[in-house]
Design a binder for this molecule. Structure first.
Ligand code: ZN
Length: 236
């Protein structure tokens, strides 16, 4: 009986260790990536997840043109199917495009190979405007070790962020104050979203974009796409 109990505990311990490896090692990689970004404190990258759509993404593209800024967009496959012309326009206007999965599932709540297959599906849907070696940003910042290794083997960067702007919350912070905090702390990678259905969220995100760009430039920072944030892209 003792032997049986020991064996069972051993199996549980091994499975637990395996599970922790699968979800924790990618987060160690994330810390390394942020450390690499912070070595270039004269640059910031503005990034947008969860698009495209036919309203917010279009307003945002027009604002970025007005500000003469190139940003990085991580696009969701199922939304790209509904707004193919917007994907084309984003590419034509010189923004960096990456993928953000097809279905926007939380990787820790599904099997690792399902997460990977869903990420691959997005690359299929987004071609030809998104390169097969374009970067991947995991939904909710969660990725399995399985998917992380799969992406790196295909020479794709896996990009996280350092500073969200709370544009998906219900209570918005003060725009100018939040932008000032981000710039003063030299946050290298800003996260916003380009799919808002609600007018108040859309307006907040657009106002935040303008505030960050203006305050970054006032402090002499260069606004770059993710591929230009470091001299050697992480994962390349
Ligand atoms: Zn997302």
């Amino acid at each position: 009986m003792d032997t049986l109990l020991t064996s069972a505990l051993l199996i549980v311990a091994v499975l637990l260790a395996l599970y922790l490896c699968l979800i924790l090692l990618p987060q160690v990689y994330r810390l390394y990536q942020v450390w690499c970004w912070r070595k270039h404190s004269d640059k910031i990258a503005i990034t947008y997840d969860d698009g495209p759509d036919n309203v917010t993404s279009v307003d945002l593209m027009n604002l970025l043109d007005e500000l003469d800024v190139k940003a990085t967009f991580y696009l969701v496959g199922f939304r790209a199917e509904r707004a193919p012309d917007v994907v084309k326009q984003l590419a034509e206007r010189g923004h960096e495009l990456g993928t953000h999965s097809f279905s926007h599932w939380h990787a820790w709540k599904i099997l690792p190979w399902r997460d990977y297959a869903d990420a691959e599906r997005a690359y299929g849907v987004l071609a030809p405007h998104v390169s097969p070696t374009a970067p991947y940003r995991p939904p909710f910042g969660k990725i399995s070790l399985f998917t992380l290794i799969g992406m790196l083997l295909k020479k794709r960067r896996v990009d996280w962020w350092t500073s969200p702007t709370n544009d998906t919350d219900d209570d918005f912070p003060d725009v100018q104050k939040t932008a000032a905090e981000i710039i003063d702390k030299r946050q290298p990678v800003i996260l916003m979203h380009s799919h808002h259905d609600e007018l108040h969220r859309r307006e907040f995100m657009l106002d935040m974009t303008r505030a960050i760009v203006n305050q970054a430039r006032a402090k002499g920072l260069k606004i770059v796409t993710m591929q230009n944030l470091t001299n050697k892209p992480v994962g390349a």
